[in-house]
Design a protein around this ligand. Structure first.
Ligand code: GUN
Ligand code: ZN
Length: 438
């Protein structure tokens, strides 16, 4: 962690709870605020004069007056090998996987390609204000090595894992139940808990894993109960029909994962669009997390996520880009599309709730809220600075916000993207400007 002390001055917004539960008591806003960061951690937050007075001599002062400082954004489901799959035309999930994604992922047999794309991906996340992500690599262990190496060099908090696939994919992209287990275990032993990194056991989905491989993934989850599990579920109707045909004994798609021991509080299921009531109940009971991936769900024509239904049932929900099915690295854009999806479902999603979800909400979904997600002393100094005048359209709209934080946040969502992110601090260090352009 970096040792530079730094004061970042601006309007400081931080969540203490879920606005859907506690309204305006769920956040604090310090208009003339500042954050003191030191050694990669937040040391103090408060009124600017107080923070400036207590900053050590020699502290760097970043004057971001007029801008909004929030926690770094968190992306709960994203594929780093799909940066060159984004915008692949005209297919729904299963064809899109076979025609585009599996073709691209084969390139990750080359460690040099892995390293180049990992660098590009992390630069792009930081440019967009995302400081933590839960990331799919490919089936190749070298893809995981490259990703963790790049994340470690940047001091970023990242979760990632090797994709496990032992059927219904090109031969070059398949492991076996045993090899998937062995390679995952070796990567776990090498990377988990190293610096700010953690590992997610990653069976891609029930279509491309046999029962034996899902059982092997479940065995890993039992051996390492603190590890994450990530997979896909109930995204697309043809996919669901395929899972029903492949697992005739199972009562449902989620039941396949439950029987393999893959549900639980550290399990994140991408999409969860077309769920039966019994599946909603199983996700809630196991405290599993459903990842809402609006740009991907729209782009692949998968369907509309029913947030109100899941929230009512007590399912934990996260928000995610799902690049490259998803079409933007920006969590602001992702939340804006999420808002539109929920409009189509007749559901509301206030901007405060969306900002909570991108920060503390996703930190809670990933059981990381003791470290990231809010601006409090002792937490890791992952912060972003949002500029209300970043573009002419934003500046023009903000003229009518009247100092109302909810209106401003909604304008950031609706009109904002990477351009609205003036600075991104990872472990207290500014890193908005791309280090490498691949
Ligand atoms: N289901 C299985 N693999 C994938 C993937 O890479 N992207 C999406 N959107 N869904 C999947
Ligand atoms: Zn995905």
């Amino acid at each position: 962690m970096n040792a530079t002390a730094r004061v970042i001055r601006g309007r400081v917004l931080s969540f203490t709870g879920d606005p859907a539960e506690s309204g305006s008591r769920a956040y604090s806003l310090i208009e003339n605020g500042a954050v003191l960061v030191n050694g990669g951690l937040i040391e103090a937050v408060g009124e600017a004069p107080d923070i400036l007075a207590r900053a050590p001599s020699g502290a760097v002062i970043d004057d971001q007056t007029g801008c909004l400082i929030t926690s770094g954004l968190i992306d709960a489901h994203v594929h780093y090998p799909q940066t060159q799959v984004i915008g692949s035309y005209g297919a729904q999930l299963l064809d899109w996987l076979h025609n585009y994604t599996f073709v691209e992922e084969q390139k990750f047999a080359d460690p040099a390609h892995c390293a180049r794309v990992a660098d590009f991906f992390l630069d792009e996340l930081f440019r967009s204000g995302t400081t933590t992500a839960m990331v799919y690599c490919t089936v190749h262990p070298s893809s995981v090595e490259a990703f963790f190496t790049a994340a470690e060099a940047r001091g970023a908090r990242m979760i990632a894992g090797k994709v496990m696939m032992d059927r219904d994919a090109p031969t070059a992209l398949m492991d076996t139940a045993e090899r998937g287990y062995d390679e995952s275990k070796a990567l776990i032993e090498r990377w988990r808990g190293r610096g700010r990194l953690d590992y997610a056991i990653t069976p891609r989905f029930a279509v491309t894993s046999t029962q034996a491989q899902l059982d092997a993934a479940g065995a890993l989850a039992r051996e390492f109960p603190q590890l994450y599990v990530q997979t896909h579920a109930n995204e697309n109707k043809a996919e669901i029909a395929r899972v029903a045909a492949l697992f005739p004994e199972a009562r449902s798609y989620i039941d396949v994962y439950e029987k393999a021991g893959l549900t639980g509080p550290r399990s994140v299921f991408g999409h969860c669009i077309h769920l039966q009531d019994s599946e909603v109940a199983a996700l809630a009971k196991s405290q599993s997390v459903a990842a809402f991936c609006p740009t991907s769900n729209l782009f692949l024509g998968s369907g509309l996520f029913d947030q109100a239904r899941l929230a009512r049932a007590g399912v934990r929900i996260a928000l995610a880009t799902d690049v490259g099915g998803g079409t933007s690295y920006s969590m602001l854009r992702t939340a804006a599309e999420g808002y539109k999806v929920l409009q189509l479902k007749g559901q509301s999603w206030p901007a405060l709730d969306a900002f909570y979800r991108m920060t503390l909400g996703n930190a809670r979904a990933l059981s990381l809220d003791d470290r990231i997600g809010s601006i409090e002393p002792g937490k890791e100094a992952d912060l972003i600075v949002l500029d209300p005048r970043a573009t002419p359209a934003l500046a023009h709209r903000m003229e009518r916000a009247g100092g109302n934080i909810e209106v401003e946040l909604f304008a950031f969502l609706t009109l904002g993207d990477d351009r609205a992110v003036r600075q991104t601090y990872v472990a207290g260090e500014p890193c908005k400007d791309a280090r490498s352009v691949a």
